[in-house]
Design a protein around this ligand. Structure first.
Ligand SMILES: CC(C)(COP(=O)(O)OP(=O)(O)OC[C@H]1O[C@@H](n2cnc3c(N)ncnc32)[C@H](O)[C@@H]1OP(=O)(O)O)[C@@H](O)C(=O)NCCC(=O)NCCS
Length: 173
């Protein structure tokens, strides 16, 4: 079950997700990649929407279950909504779903220069277990492999603020 405020992606979200990809990544996924992820075996998604914009996605996460591990492929928050706890809430929901499915560990790869994502994952309890030299940016950026064992002891280290539609309201200047 998906927590309140979050829903899985549907084919109707593809255009909105492609637009967010373009706004969030230097190497954005195109329509084919996003549609392929939605259709992938073992694939799941967590989406937060703007209710005032017809449910347009404003943040999302893609993961796949492979044996006893959950592999996180993509997480992004609309640029104007960052540093409000949405990324942490997406990760917490991902970990909640993974635990509910009996997964033993969560793994991901992140660019060694992606300070925001590294800080987000470390705050959620992920730790480095390896690296891939020259994996990103045409060989110029290493990938760091991070892992979180989903034991009872590691549960709920992240403490998201509130993942609800109020998050789309702009703060007063
Ligand atoms: C990475 C990303 C998803 C974080 O989303 P977010 O909603 O801004 O993250 P949160 O507000 O939940 O931040 C949670 C914690 O992560 C860390 N963090 C997040 N962004 C950070 C930044 N720019 N610099 C330093 N730490 C950061 C902080 O510890 C933060 O807690 P704090 O705000 O209490 O200090 C967002 O920056 C993003 O979409 N980036 C582009 C896409 C990307 O690189 N995705 C990851 C690779 S797949």
């Amino acid at each position: 079950m998906t927590a309140p405020g979050f829903t899985p992606a549907t084919p109707a979200d593809i255009e909105g997700l492609v637009e967010l990809e373009r706004r969030c990544f230097a190497d954005p996924w195109g329509r084919e990649s996003v549609a392929g992820e939605l259709a992938a075996g073992g694939g799941s998604s967590v989406v937060l929407r703007d209710p005032e914009a017809g449910g347009r996605p404003i943040a999302y996460l893609f993961y796949r279950l492979v044996d006893t591990e959950a592999e996180l492929f993509r997480v992004a928050v609309a640029p104007e909504l960052r540093r409000r706890g949405i990324g942490a809430a997406l990760i917490a929901e991902f970990l909640r779903q993974a635990r509910a499915r009996g997964v033993q560990a969560a793994v991901l790869e992140v660019g060694a220069a992606n300070a925001a994502a590294l800080a987000l994952y470390r705050a959620a309890g992920f730790t480095p277990v390896g690296a891939r030299r020259g994996y990103y940016a045409g060989g110029r950026e290493d990938a760091v492999i991070l892992k979180l064992e989903l034991t009872a002891r590691s549960a709920d280290r992240s403490n998201p603020r509130c993942p609800n539609p109020d998050l789309v309201e702009q703060e007063d200047p």
